[in-house]
Each structure stands twice: as C-alpha cells, then as structure tokens.
Design a protein around this ligand. Structure first.
Ligand SMILES: [Zn+2]
Length: 232
C-alpha cells in the first residue's frame, strides 16, 4: 500500500516477487495515480503499473485515486484506505518510508498507519457494494526504505528475484532509465544512474547478511520471531 505507482516496485519488488513465487496472495494498492510526476501522464503511468503488476505476478492492483501531492491524512482519505484494508484483509501491509525526500512518502506512511489502526475499530462503519464491511486490522506493518537511507530493522534476501524486480521497475518506461532523447524534461529518476543506485543499495544491504541482493524494511513496533534459528 504505497502512494505512487512504482513505489512498491522500487522498495519491495523483490519481496513481492518472492512471495508470489511461494504462492502467497500478494496485491498492490496505489494511493494516487502519480499525476504530478514530471514525465509521462496519469494514463501512461496506469498502463505502466498494469504491466509492472503483470511482471511481478500480483493477484490484484487497485488505485484509490487520492490527490497526488496534496492528499491529507484526514477522514476523507482514511476511509478509502480503511475500505481497501477491510476488503482484502491482508495479514501484512508494506507501506512508504517513515520520512523521505518526497514529502508524499512520509505522509502516506502516516495515513496508512492510522488507517490500519482505524480499520480494526468496529464502530467505524464502511460499506462495499452496499454491504457492511467487517472490522479488520493487519497483524504486521512494515515500511519501505526509499530515496533517503534509513537504517532497516529487517533485511529480506531477494537474490533470486532481483531480475524480476528490475524488470518491473523498468516497465515504467516514462520514468526510469531514459536513454533516448525525447521532448520531456530529464529528472532525477529518469537518469539511468538512478536504477544503478537502486541496485547498489540492494547489493549493499545484501552484503550485510551475506547474500547478493536484499531489501530492507523498518517496523514501527518491535519484531518477534518464533524460532531464532530462522534468523541469520
Ligand atoms: Zn513515490
């Protein structure tokens, strides 16, 4: 559950591909269409998001259509998030970085965090297709590490899934790895070096747990594990 189409791929594409491969049900909810992005249009980004979702193999991708850049963490925006949570009832939710270069990221993270809590309160009533929804709160919430480096609380080995992740990111042809001349402005992320730095981050994180590529996540609460022999 992230704010811009492409946040999920960049921050958790490996994690998503890994659990899809293990036959877990994985879905992506984008909060906005990223309509303020310097390059491309909302329509182009929707189509790119659809292709990226296909590459990752997720079972669902939905866009809540909040206002890119200007959405606030208020009731009007919490309700659609609550509705989506109650609709899909995910065990684990991954959302945007706690704070980041792009102010939407931290704001989306707080919006999702508050909405996950509220989704568990039965006195907040929501309807889907005219039917009352049941209260539901996911068991665990994790945050991405995005542009700004944040010390992760947990690292996940994505070595076998780096290629799928990279392909899913590159599906956003209007945004990343722009090597040909076109009439649109160059941006910080359209430079091919941006994807190279994403790879370098995954390698750096991977090296700290002796694997080739890893993705890092933070948790707002302490994490527990049933079996310490699962840790390495
Ligand atoms: Zn973003």
């Amino acid at each position: 559950m992230t704010v811009h189409p492409d946040d999920a791929e960049l921050g958790a594409g490996g994690l998503i591909a890994k659990y899809v491969d293990q036959s877990r049900k994985v879905g992506i909810i984008d909060l906005t269409q990223g309509e303020l992005g310097t390059r491309g249009t909302a329509e182009i980004r929707l189509e790119e998001a659809r292709r990226a979702a296909e590459i990752l193999g997720v079972s669902v991708r939905e866009n809540l259509g909040l206002r890119d850049g200007f959405f606030e963490n208020n009731e009007a925006n919490q309700l659609p998030v609550i509705r989506a949570i109650r609709k899909y009832r995910p065990e684990i939710v991954v959302t945007n970085a706690l704070e980041d270069r792009h102010p939407d990221h931290g704001r989306a993270s707080r919006l999702v965090n508050d909405s996950l809590f509220l989704a568990g309160l039965r006195r907040i009533t929501t309807k889907l297709d005219g039917e009352d929804q049941e209260a539901f709160r996911p068991r665990l919430q994790l945050q991405l590490i995005q542009d700004q480096y944040i010390q992760p609380d947990i690292l996940v080995d994505i070595t076998d899934y780096w290629d799928v992740k990279e392909r899913s990111v590159l599906a956003y042809t209007s945004q990343f790895n722009v090597v040909t001349e076109d009439d649109q402005p160059r941006t910080y992320i359209s430079n091919p070096e941006f994807i190279a730095s994403t790879r370098a981050r995954a390698q750096e994180l991977g090296r700290s747990i002796q694997v080739k590529y890893a993705e890092g996540f933070t948790s707002r609460k302490l994490l527990g594990v049933k079996d310490i022999f699962e840790l390495y």
